[in-house]
Design a binder for this molecule. Structure first.
Ligand SMILES: [Zn+2]
Length: 324
């Protein structure tokens, strides 16, 4: 799980906060019990005194000291338990009640991440992706191939259905080999033929594996980069996640009005991600030659050299869905 240090620290701060809150609760609970049930305090003092007494006796050769102490302790503990029960408290009233009994809210069992930390990281990644709600309904389990025609031939003798099947398989392969075979995908095709849906499928699978994924509609992507430019040298604009997340999805590239500055921003991000072997998926309604016209020769050549291209076909699924 390659979170950045600041992301990891944010999660661990949350663990510390919860752990400390439970310890504080226990301390306050103990204080309240000792104040409201003075006999409990007396019993605790008596146990402690008897323990010291037994230790002294042992030093002076009394072989029965430990056994005698156990008898006293048991009797006092029973009395204490009874008082606590009558007042609605547990015997372990002074122990913190941690959320995770496996790791006592430290996030680690030995040197291994506890399962609660792993799931906290995944929840964090869902939030980070910015499409948490959508991923719950748009994923490989809900992908419906019925929208694609088995008759209509679209490309190199393939039907719409066969074409989509090929892209779905390539997407599953992308997920499967994500950690071993660095790839970038370029999805092109008309509005509503499943590009965004498929990027969501990929995002969900990878997030479940603990991969940091960020989804940005093209307009937000450029807005974030603009923010960074304005903040440069000033307050930390914290847009580093764009460069550092393991998978960046830029959706609907080309819908924004482009200018030289954005051109250069796009190139810088793509270039840095490719050089750092971090994957990017771009979806767009534009074909690659139109992208060349819209952006620049160097953006085009970076895309051409480093991305796998898939052309989507089909009627607008969103319209079809409404008619059902
Ligand atoms: Zn745990």
């Amino acid at each position: 799980m390659a979170l950045t240090n600041s992301q990891y620290d944010a999660i661990m701060r949350d663990f510390d906060r919860r752990r400390n809150a439970h310890i504080l609760e226990a301390t306050l609970r103990k204080r309240e019990i000792l104040n409201t049930l003075p006999r409990v305090r007396e019993i605790e003092d008596e146990i402690s005194l008897s323990f010291k007494d037994a230790a002294l006796k042992r030093i002076h050769g009394d072989k029965n000291a430990s056994a005698d102490f156990e008898v006293i302790r048991k009797k006092l503990e029973e009395e204490k338990a009874q008082i606590l029960r009558q007042n609605g408290y547990d015997m372990d009233y002074s122990a913190p009640h941690f959320d995770c009994p496996l790791c006592n809210d430290t996030g680690y069992v030995g040197s291994e991440k506890c399962r609660c930390l792993k799931s906290a990281i995944i929840s964090y990644l869902y939030e980070l992706s910015r499409i948490k709600d959508r991923l719950l309904v748009e994923n490989f389990d809900t992908l419906n191939m019925d929208y694609y025609s088995k008759e209509r031939q679209v490309i190199k003798g393939r039907t719409e259905y066969e074409n989509m099947e090929l892209i779905v398989n390539a997407s599953k392969d992308f997920v499967k080999k994500f950690h071993t075979d660095h790839k970038n995908l370029f999805f092109t095709g008309n509005v509503g033929c499943g590009k965004t849906f498929l990027t969501n499928c990929i995002a969900k699978e990878l997030i479940e594996q603990g991969v940091p994924v960020v989804y940005l509609p093209s307009s937000e992507f450029f807005a974030e980069l603009n923010k960074r430019r304005l903040m440069d040298g000033g307050v930390n604009s914290d847009t580093s996640y764009i460069d550092e997340c393991e998978l960046l999805i830029i959706d609907d590239l080309g819908t924004e009005l482009t200018n030289e500055r954005m051109n250069s921003d796009l190139f810088t991000v793509l270039n840095s991600r490719i050089n750092n072997s971090l994957s990017t998926i771009i979806s767009t309604n534009f074909s690659l030659p139109s992208i060349k016209e819209r952006y620049s020769e160097r953006v085009y050549s970076r895309l051409y050299g480093s991305f796998e291209f898939y052309q989507f076909f089909g009627d607008d699924i969103r319209k079809k869905r409404k008619n059902h």
